[in-house]
Ligand binder design. Structure first.
Ligand code: SF4
Ligand code: ZN
Length: 258
């Protein structure tokens, strides 16, 4: 996923997964800094940010803070008023900033705290809906190139339970609360189905995920270009990889200014 000398940027949310990941990397001697994106969500963004800042101080590593309001001129609650698709836009905006800033600040690898439960339930969702373009990119490490930095999910084999136990034993203070704007519904259904399967057939989550990676991913990945809606180009305004120019973030910025 990365080499000892790589400069690593950890996407930090203030939850157990990202803080455990950050703690683990630093304890193992990696040069890992954090990045927190303040989405401007009332009673959620501020406590998350405080926890992330305290943690950064505790482990003695820099934490970069990005304010969505400052960068884009609006927050996620502002976006929620304008569109029902605020959650998927929020995910895309976060991915955009993580990549954009990792590149701008010279980090070689961007890591996130996705765990086995996240990966297995989203894989199930992608299989049930045959989201081929997502299946073709569902891998614990994606190489750099086409304007993207290398991305990795080092905790993808660990369950949420294991990570929570680790965090408790290491005395990591994290935010338990979920985002209050999360529509939950669909994602939770897949997570519940995976939990039921795991209960009846222990080991199912790991087997489902790892067998996908070993047996099915290479087949989907080989056809990736065929599954993309549009080929990737470069946004003429911000220089990020995009399917249109200006990219969706630059267009959102323009709309906010209008
Ligand atoms: Fe953003 Fe909250 Fe949706 Fe997560 S649940 S993508 S933080 S709005
Ligand atoms: Zn752009």
């Amino acid at each position: 996923m990365f080499r000892r000398q790589d400069q690593i940027l950890v996407g930090v949310s203030g939850g157990k997964d990202s803080l455990t990941l950050w703690q683990g990397l630093v304890a193992l001697g990696y040069q890992a800094d954090g990045i927190f994106i303040d989405l401007g969500i009332e009673d959620f963004s501020l406590p998350s940010r405080r926890i992330a800042e305290n943690f950064a101080e505790k482990i003695g590593r820099p934490l970069h803070i990005i304010s969505m309001k400052k960068e884009l001129g609006f927050t996620i609650p502002d976006l929620k008023v304008r569109t029902q698709k605020y959650c998927s836009l929020c995910g895309s905006v976060k991915r955009y900033f993580l990549n954009h800033l990792a590149r701008r600040m010279g980090y070689q690898v961007l890591v996130t705290g996705h765990n086995l439960d996240d990966e297995a339930s989203s894989l199930l969702g992608n299989v049930i809906n045959w989201h081929l373009k997502y299946l073709a990119r569902k891998y614990p490490v994606l190489p750099e190139g086409h304007g993207f930095v290398r991305k990795a999910k080092p905790l993808c084999r660990f369950t949420a339970f294991e990570i929570r136990e680790y965090a408790k034993r290491k005395g990591i203070e994290y935010l338990e609360d979920r985002c209050p704007l999360s529509p939950e519904a669909t994602r939770l259904v897949y997570a519940e189905i995976m939990d039921q399967l795991e209960k009846k057939m222990p080991g199912t989550k790991l087997r489902f995920y790892l067998d996908y990676i070993r047996k099915a991913y290479p087949i989907f990945h080989e056809k990736m270009e065929d599954f993309l809606d549009k080929p990737l180009i470069t946004c003429e305004l911000c220089g990020e990889p995009a399917v249109s120019s200006p990219c969706f973030v630059c267009r959102l910025k323009e709309e906010a200014r209008a």
